[in-house]
Design a protein around this ligand. Structure first.
Ligand SMILES: [Zn+2]
Ligand SMILES: [Zn+2]
Ligand SMILES: [Zn+2]
Length: 227
């Protein structure tokens, strides 16, 4: 499934559980190759890479990281040949049966039982478009560098809870909150002097946060702002 730029906010700020790098970052070795039967190697065009979540624990990683780390070599008996099995490095679940060989990456390796056509596909051109738009959005709407835009999926549990409470106070639930969340970096002094706060998405006035609130949600468009 190709992820278009309008859906990329969902991946913003999230990291690969295997390599620890951002899912929206990639290197040359992540690039997909096609399965060809002539034995030659052909890079998929346009340039793209894939992401895959463990069906058991939901942790997401670059497909290349699954190939490098998830594919384990196991020995068949004392003198037997080695076999390969795909195992989730997080929860330890076996995601394939044992196979005699692992298809080489450049010969179009696909995750056993999860062909490329069924997992998340990111086209490099789309990622570039999203990154350009995202940077512009951050700079264009930032006020004195107070604001930082992040994806809802990248937040910690306490942050999510603060947003859920803030959503409730404007008659919404966490389901109504937009994917793009703004973090506001205020010193205690700046915060005390706060007289007006506007939504970084739609510019509507935001409810002023109480002294112990960690988030405010725009009643108009559902955009959350963490304080
Ligand atoms: Zn990775
Ligand atoms: Zn897992
Ligand atoms: Zn708004």
């Amino acid at each position: 499934m190709r992820i278009k730029p309008d859906k990329m906010n969902k991946l913003d700020g999230r990291v690969c559980f295997i390599c620890g790098k951002y899912l929206l970052n990639y290197s040359e070795k992540d690039m997909a190759y096609l399965k060809v039967h002539s034995g030659s190697t052909i890079k998929a065009k346009p340039d793209m890479y894939h992401l895959f979540s463990c069906p058991n624990c939901d942790k997401m990683a670059h497909k290349r990281c699954w190939y490098d780390i998830g594919e384990r070599k196991v020995k068949k008996g004392w003198f037997g040949k080695s076999e390969y099995i795909l195992t989730c490095p997080n929860c330890g679940t076996d995601l394939s049966s044992k196979r005699e060989k692992k298809v080489d990456w450049k010969r179009g390796y696909e995750l056993p039982g999860h062909p490329d056509s069924e997992i998340l596909e990111l086209h490099i051109s789309d990622v570039m478009t999203w990154k350009a738009g995202s940077v512009f959005g951050k700079i264009g709407r930032a006020i004195d560098n107070f604001f930082q835009a992040v994806g809802l999926g990248s937040l910690t549990d306490p942050e999510r809870n603060a947003i859920a409470r803030a959503a409730q106070s404007v008659g919404k639930t966490i389901q109504d909150v937009a994917e793009r969340v703004f973090k506001i970096k205020l010193t205690p002094k700046q915060r005390a002097e706060l007289k007006e706060l506007r939504c970084q998405n739609c510019d509507a006035p935001l409810p002023l946060p109480g002294e112990f609130d960690d988030a405010v949600v725009c009643a108009h468009c559902g955009t959350a702002h963490l304080l």
